[in-house]
Design a protein around this ligand. Structure first.
Ligand code: NAD
Length: 485
């Protein structure tokens, strides 16, 4: 099928805006310093060129960071009034907005996501989280958690690479608003925006030790999780690592929240507005190259509209532009790492081997970097790996159903339960389906919408605990005796 995309002149953002430094240190006790782990080169996944050298922390650095966080917690932060804490959070939010363009370019360089998404979603939503939790800091006694809810202490936080700054904001903003201090580890492939956030935090004069940021790999994460000086673990990442973390903290008395993987069903009923649903399908699985925990990666289409939906979807996918993440016209950027590309390829190959039918639009891939075309598998059965396992890439698995009850049964037939989508013109069907879906977030006639006021989190193997909204406060407050959620 010929491409029906409009031709646009290239419109790249300048990478100078990112103000890349040749090297970055770790951030402990309010200062940047050399890490004692091995330094790594972080690369641009779109062309495999090194961007900067990043110092990694080791276990001794984790000790220092936890000690700094403890001192700050006991010395100043837990005794700082909510109104004062709010001022810092407002300041950080405004500083993120002031440096939004720089952060967006830096995020796209380090992660591979299109600038359109980092500029319009990641960075504004990160700032919005700080604004939102700044508003709560002096109102905690009205949050339904008792008259004087107390902070937990030092929070150890470990985050993934798919929304690097946004995940840091989801973790840091509620922790600070509630009076906790933080030791955060960004993902090994995307440390740069978290380190720029550290710079912002230093410029906002946050007391030293309140936030510590330690780049590094799994061993640094493990050292944070196992550290006896940490009171609470907040983890976002894969279900496999989440399970290991839960085992390591068992009987330690640490509080834990886990935001893990997903395999969301996006359900198209036959009365849906099909064109609108097709936009929702595209946004559900091809936003951020499908590196989204709540991606609508399992499309459930009512049999009577299956052909129409697939034909419309294929036509729409011909218009997506894959390429330079810094180009403002790009829809699909690069896969974040060679390891992730290998995983996406292996799972897509299993789809072929198990008899599903693969389709991708005409879509030349750049010669260098990590790329995978938008891909749709039809003829998928429930037992196929591509219907059961999280691919975390731009790959959609399409299944069909005949009755609404069958749709719900298929949607819930997964170990995960993070999100789901419903497309129908009937309000009663939306309410009926949303009540039956075992998923933490259910979108109706939309998908992948995020708001700091709205709680986010999973059922089953997608984890527990909620981030965002009033519920997000409960993960960072001692509230024994009160209804937490
Ligand atoms: P991952 O679990 O491999 O890594 C996540 C983070 O954990 C990284 O910082 C990594 O260095 C660290 N880590 C790895 N092993 C560790 C260990 N043993 N102890 C402590 N820390 C360790 O996941 P990933 O590949 O970076 O991210 C993708 C996964 O994250 C997907 O499964 C996705 O669904 C999930 N995710 C979930 C949410 C959510 O809110 N539920 C949001 C984004 C991503």
């Amino acid at each position: 099928m010929p491409s029906t995309a409009f031709e646009y002149a290239p419109a790249p953002e300048s990478r100078d805006i990112a103000r890349l430094k040749p090297s970055y240190g770790i951030f402990v006790n309010g200062e940047f310093r050399d890490g004692r782990g091995e330094a790594i080169k972080t690369i641009n996944p779109a062309d495999e060129e090194p961007l900067a050298e990043v110092a990694e922390a080791n276990a001794a650095d984790v000790d220092d960071a936890v000690a700094a966080a403890r001192k700050a917690y006991e010395g100043t932060w837990s005794a700082t009034s909510g109104a004062e804490r709010a001022k810092y959070l407002f300041r950080i939010a405004r500083a993120i907005q002031e440096r939004a363009r720089e952060l967006a370019v830096l995020e796209s360089l380090d992660n591979g996501k299109p600038i359109r998404e980092s500029r319009d979603v990641d960075i504004p939503t990160a700032a919005a989280h700080f604004f939102y939790y700044a508003g709560w800091a002096d109102k905690l006694q009205y949050a339904g958690l008792g008259p004087a809810p107390r902070p937990i202490g030092v929070a150890g936080q470990v985050i993934p690479w798919n929304f690097p700054l946004l995940m840091a904001a989801w973790k840091i903003a509620p922790a600070l608003a509630t009076g906790n201090t933080v030791v955060l580890k960004p993902a090994e492939t995307t440390p740069l925006t978290a380190l720029t956030l550290a710079e912002i935090i230093a410029e906002c004069d946050l007391p030293p030790g309140v936030v510590n940021i330690l780049p590094g790999g799994p061993s640094v994460g493990q050292s944070i999780v196992d550290h006896p000086g940490v009171d609470k673990i907040a983890f976002t990442g894969s279900t496999g690592v989440g399970k290991m973390i839960q085992k390591s903290v068992a009987a330690s008395g640490k509080r834990v929240s886990l935001e893990l993987g997903g395999k969301a069903a996006n359900i198209i009923f036959d009365d849906a507005a099909i064109d609108q649903a097709i936009e929702g399908i595209v946004n559900g699985i091809f936003f951020n190259q499908g590196h989204v925990c709540c991606a609508g990666s399992r499309l459930l289409v009512q049999e009577s509209v299956h052909e129409e939906v697939i034909a419309g979807l294929q036509e729409r996918l011909q218009t997506l532009r894959l390429g330079d993440p810094l180009d403002k016209n790009t829809d699909i950027g690069a896969i974040n790492s060679s390891a992730q590309l290998a995983r996406v390829r292996a799972l897509a190959d299993s789809g072929d081997a198990e008899g599903a039918t693969r389709w991708s639009p005409d879509c030349p891939l750049p010669d260098r970097g990590f790329w995978f075309p938008p891909t749709v598998f039809t003829g998928v059965s429930q037992a196929n790996r591509i219907a059961r396992e999280e691919i975390f890439g731009p790959v959609l698995s399409v299944l069909t159903f005949r009755t609404p009850a069958e749709a719900i049964e298929k949607a819930n037939n997964t170990p995960y339960g993070l999100s789901a989508g419903i497309w129908t013109e009937k309000g009663s069907r939306i309410l009926w389906a949303a009540n039956k879906l075992r998923a933490g977030v259910v979108w109706a006639n939309t998908f992948n919408r995020f708001d700091p006021a709205s709680p986010f989190g999973g059922y089953k193997e997608s984890g527990f605990g909620r981030e965002g909204g009033r519920h997000g406060l409960t993960s960072y407050l001692e509230s024994e005796g009160y209804l937490a959620q």
